[in-house]
Design a protein around this ligand. Structure first.
Ligand SMILES: Cc1cc2nc3c(=O)[nH]c(=O)nc-3n(C[C@H](O)[C@H](O)[C@H](O)COP(=O)(O)OP(=O)(O)OC[C@H]3O[C@@H](n4cnc5c(N)ncnc54)[C@H](O)[C@@H]3O)c2cc1C
Length: 378
């Protein structure tokens, strides 16, 4: 059984590991020469994503490439603590969420894919699933991200990404230069006037941060927004301003996009996974992409035919990604709330958030994609 995977990011590399493990012969085509290079910023993996990594056999490598984050603290702009919950897990779970650079995650997945026997061809962008290299393939996996060419090919009327009214700028600061009182632990989330400011202290003393800026129009070039402009945007939030004034560099600037539900996620022997099928946001995109990879391989290994395996995969994954997309919409609304909603949030959240959060997220964090069956002769 020969598989062509289009895209060698998180979903593509993870599916290469999983499909090779169950006995497929996998070739990944990745558009960029060094896709694991310094592309993007950091990602946080919740425990559901870590369980997928365990099934793929690279949990330890990823834990070593990042650092554990035990708590998530929610702050008002003026520095009032609104919530303090376990980060990306149920409180009793001893497995802790991991934060690492996206490039390091892709590097770890790619290395494991090679070890498993997958072939990875870099610097080759495929126009879709009808390229000569896919001739004779038994399965084509579209893991080509939010701008997926495979999605457009499966359905010319498939939705296109639209601007999410948020853009993101991530960077690092020197924690030792900050004199203002800021939190020195956990994943800190500040509800700011201009959006949300996230920062987390890393073990080396630096602070990793992301400014998520609500704006009806994206700036012509988010990368051209200066650190001084950013500090000005967050001048009414003392913790955010202090972190930005100690900045040592900007790592990534991105425009946020949302995608309406994709109705044709598989057809014949082609399937979409990861952001190509469901860019779920809510800090879960990488975790969901890796869950997809494990479930896809398991269902294909158990099925009589590729189309039956793809149908079984979709039956399992679609309800979960749909539920997560709704969570993301609620998150986005909270980031762009007006002054009245902000005031209400500051009054109500300290009383209800901790209890509510645990109940509301257990379906997400308790999920276990299961293990992969042993390699089968094909
Ligand atoms: C600012 C920001 C912060 C985020 N934070 C988090 C977080 O904290 N936790 C989390 O879990 N997720 C997070 N995400 C989301 C996460 O990065 C994505 O959901 C995840 O990377 C999806 O993986 P993917 O492989 O589907 O897509 P991508 O990572 O986009 O990979 C697609 C790959 O396909 C390649 N490609 C595209 N088209 C072609 C083609 N035609 N031919 C060949 N190759 C092609 C691309 O070069 C790329 O390497 C964040 C995203 C952003 C933008």
């Amino acid at each position: 059984m020969r598989v062509v995977v289009i895209g060698g990011g998180v979903a593509g590399s993870a599916s290469a590991i999983a499909l090779t493990r169950v006995g497929f012969e996998v070739t990944v085509y990745e558009a960029y020469g060094d896709p694991a290079g310094p592309v993007g910023s950091y990602v946080s993996l919740a425990v559901n994503g870590l369980r997928a990594l365990a099934a793929l056999g690279c949990l330890e490598q990823v834990q070593e490439a990042g650092f554990p984050v035990a708590r998530q603290l929610m702050w008002s702009g003026r520095g009032k603590l609104l919530g303090d919950v376990a980060r990306g897990r149920n409180p009793e779970d001893t497995l802790h969420s991991v934060t690492l650079m996206r490039a390091d995650l892709v590097t770890a997945l790619r290395a494991e894919a090679w070890r498993s026997g997958a072939r990875i061809v870099t610097g080759q962008r495929l126009a879709g699933s009808r390229e000569p290299v896919t001739d004779g393939a038994d399965l084509i996996v579209g893991a080509d991200g939010i701008w997926s060419a495979t999605r457009r090919e499966l359905d010319p009327h498939a939705p296109q990404p639209v601007y999410a009214k948020l853009y993101y700028i991530s960077g690092t600061s020197d924690g030792t230069r900050i004199r203002t009182e800021i939190s020195r632990q956990g994943f800190n989330w500040i509800f700011a006037k201009r959006g949300v400011f996230i920062y987390l202290p890393a073990p080396d003393g630096s602070i990793w941060w992301t400014a998520q800026i609500a704006s009806p129009q994206p700036p012509p070039d988010p990368a051209a927004v200066s650190l001084t402009d950013l500090a000005e945007l967050f001048r009414t939030e003392p913790q955010a301003e202090a972190v930005l004034r100690a900045a040592t560099g900007v790592r990534a600037a991105n425009t946020g996009y949302v995608l309406a539900p994709v109705s044709r996620r598989y057809h014949g022997t082609t399937v979409l996974i990861g952001d190509a099928a469901h860019p779920v946001g809510a800090g879960q995109g990488a975790s969901m992409a890796m869950e997809d990879a494990v479930v896809l391989a398991r269902e294909l290994a158990a099925a009589d035919s590729v189309p039956a395996g793809l149908a079984a995969f979709d039956r399992q994954r679609h309800p979960r990604s749909g539920k997560l997309a709704k969570t993301e919409t609620a998150n986005r609304d909270a980031k762009t709330a007006g002054p009245v909603a902000t005031r209400m949030r500051e009054m109500i959240m300290p009383h209800v958030f901790n209890r509510f959060y645990e109940k509301a997220t257990s379906w997400l964090y308790e999920y276990d994609p299961g293990s992969l069956p042993a390699r089968q002769p094909r």
